[in-house]
Design a protein around this ligand. Structure first.
Ligand SMILES: Nc1ncnc2c1ncn2[C@@H]1O[C@H](COP(=O)(O)OP(=O)(O)OP(=O)(O)O)[C@@H](O)[C@H]1O
Length: 300
């Protein structure tokens, strides 16, 4: 089964604040002195899918790591649901799907154990799963279509299957904020579509989903908001106003290829509209008549 089955829309737990991320003047300097992120600010509310977009090395993962408390800001702050990161993590508010490269796939662990790890924050120090924990794992595996693989070693799975298992771990955790670092790298179009459908379900249930990606073509398709970064935040806001050709050129500079078609190459009459294709050789982004930033969906 490839399609992700519909899951019950989770009602917000009583007393849980609405999910939100507030990044204020964030600066991160690594121990070797490299300042990967400088004075970055943005704010996101509940019920949103937001793309964090930028070239390789622009600081997307570093921002994620600051949100997850893996790196400490050298200046500025991150608040999650109105709380400092450490308190939000203790309350299991954030679920994280890391980049595949950050995971040791040789570590011998079963698929269902990986998903159960999402429940550790709900257990006491003995980590004995309750019925609720087992049920959450079963539901999460079912939702991503991986029930049949639950007894397999994670290292034996394909790239797309591994991605789905880590997505299941995030679902089982039940975090109000879900961070996904490059979820579409190494997955086929069918799995990408299934992941997008699932993210929409989470958004519709009121969760805040933040996705880092350089898969430009898919961003307008499913993201309500965009944060464009290059060591700082270049632009942030609703996709229609922010994901513009001008801002992308600002964020990607010479990295992207830019094709323009117009005049007799495109039209058989005197139509003045032009077609602009921006691509980094993954899914291209197409603007039809860039003056108005009208976007036409592109079939890849
Ligand atoms: N632990 C570290 N120590 C020193 N520098 C680091 C460390 N981790 C990342 N960097 C540097 O910080 C910069 C930002 O890296 P980061 O991984 O945040 O970028 P990214 O936008 O996620 O890139 P990609 O799209 O390639 O994943 C890069 O120049 C990287 O070399």
């Amino acid at each position: 089964m490839i399609g992700f089955g519909p899951g019950p829309a989770e009602a917000r737990r009583a007393g849980d604040p609405a999910p939100g991320i507030l990044v204020r003047h964030l600066t991160v300097t690594y121990p070797n002195g490299y300042r990967a992120v400088r004075d970055a600010s943005f704010a996101l509310g509940p019920g949103t899918i937001c793309a964090l977009v930028g070239v390789n090395g622009s600081g997307k993962s570093t921002i994620f790591k600051a949100i997850m408390g893996f790196v400490r800001p050298s200046a500025g702050s991150v608040e999650l649901c109105g709380m400092p990161v450490a308190r939000a993590l203790k309350r299991n508010i954030v679920a994280y799907v890391p980049q595949s490269e950050d995971i040791d796939w040789n570590f011998p662990v079963l698929v269902e154990t990986v998903v159960m790890m999402g429940r550790y924050g709900h257990m006491n120090f003995l980590r004995i799963p309750s019925q609720a924990d087992r049920r959450a794992v079963d539901e999460a595996l079912e939702r991503v279509g991986m029930t049949a693989y639950r007894d397999r070693q994670i290292g034996e799975l394909s790239g797309g299957q591994k991605k789905r298992v880590f997505l299941a771990r995030a679902l089982a955790q039940g975090g109000r904020i879900v961070l996904l670092d490059e979820p579409f790298t190494g997955v086929d179009v069918k799995t990408e579509t299934a992941i997008i459908d699932l993210l929409r379900e989470l958004r519709d249930a009121g969760q805040l989903v933040l996705v880092s990606t350089h898969d430009l073509g898919s961003v307008p398709q499913f993201c309500d908001q965009v944060v464009l970064v290059n060591r700082t935040v270049l632009a942030a806001g609703p996709t229609a106003q922010t994901f513009t050709q001008r801002n992308l050129e600002l964020a990607f500079g010479g990295v992207l290829r830019n094709f323009q078609l117009g005049g007799a190459d495109l039209h058989s009459d005197d139509d003045q509209r032009r077609l602009t294709v921006i691509t980094d050789d993954e899914q291209p982004l197409v603007f039809y008549d860039a003056r108005h930033n009208q976007r036409q969906d592109q079939e890849s």
